[in-house]
Design a protein around this ligand. Structure first.
Ligand SMILES: Cc1cc2nc3c(=O)[nH]c(=O)nc-3n(C[C@H](O)[C@H](O)[C@H](O)COP(=O)(O)O)c2cc1C
Length: 208
């Protein structure tokens, strides 16, 4: 059975909503075990409150060491200046022993993100996130254009061949996560889970 972890960091709830859609898609693949966890916030509770951040997340915090227990990790991070958020990077900076022992080699990695604006660096955040997982020896799983929702130009929407994303809107004009964005996220979860399943079954056959 393939084990998939959806691991997210967000401060205001958009990424968490998208993470739940990714989980939904992954759980639609029978025989897959899907876990939703989040990355620990670096800000103190008072600092987070002062920034009007969300504090009541649905998922428990992950331990960096547990990454080795999954066949695929679907990482979701809010965009910070076109990159992953520091809390996500801090989490990854604690995976030195996994790198040293080669524990992540051959596992799957896929990405989703959110940013306030339509051209706010979603693609950049995903693409430069890939650098980290390639050091760990993971296999990057993009989503291409298979889901028609990726090519939808009838509305403002996140999502690209690199992974699902959200245009979250600004303080003045906030935007909820759209059905199109959730559709892409569900597709990503399903595609990664199917790929993980094929990989696990193929490796089991090789061992026989
Ligand atoms: C320090 C900082 C940097 C940010 N950088 C960007 C950015 O480069 N582009 C952008 O469109 N939004 C940027 N944002 C907005 C966040 O990406 C946005 O709040 C987040 O994606 C919303 O997701 P969440 O609700 O899950 O936190 C930034 C926000 C902060 C606090």
């Amino acid at each position: 059975m393939a084990k998939v972890l959806v691991l997210y960091y967000g401060a205001y709830g958009h990424i968490e909503t998208l993470a739940q859609a990714v989980v939904e898609g992954a759980r639609s693949v029978s025989g897959t075990e899907v876990t939703l966890k989040r990355v620990k916030e670096l800000f103190t509770a008072d600092e987070a409150k002062a920034r009007h951040q969300k504090t009541d997340f649905v998922a428990p915090e992950a331990n960096p060491e547990e990454l080795k227990d999954y066949d695929a990790v679907i990482f979701g991070t809010a965009t910070r200046y076109g990159m992953m958020a520091a809390s996500m990077k801090h989490f990854l900076d604690q995976t030195g022993s996994l790198w040293f022992t080669g524990a992540m080699v051959g596992k799957l990695a896929s990405f989703f993100t959110s940013a306030n604006t339509q051209h706010g660096g979603q693609d950049a955040a995903i693409l430069n996130f890939q650098t980290v997982v390639q050091h760990l020896g993971m296999i990057v799983v993009p989503i291409g254009f298979v889901s028609p929702a990726v090519s939808n130009v009838d509305e403002i929407s996140g999502g690209s061949p690199y992974g699902a994303s959200i245009v979250a809107g600004t303080m003045q004009k906030p935007k909820a996560v759209s059905e199109n964005e959730k559709e892409i996220a569900r597709y990503q979860g399903k595609f990664v889970a199917e790929t993980a399943d094929a990989l696990v079954k193929g490796r089991a056959l090789q061992k026989k």
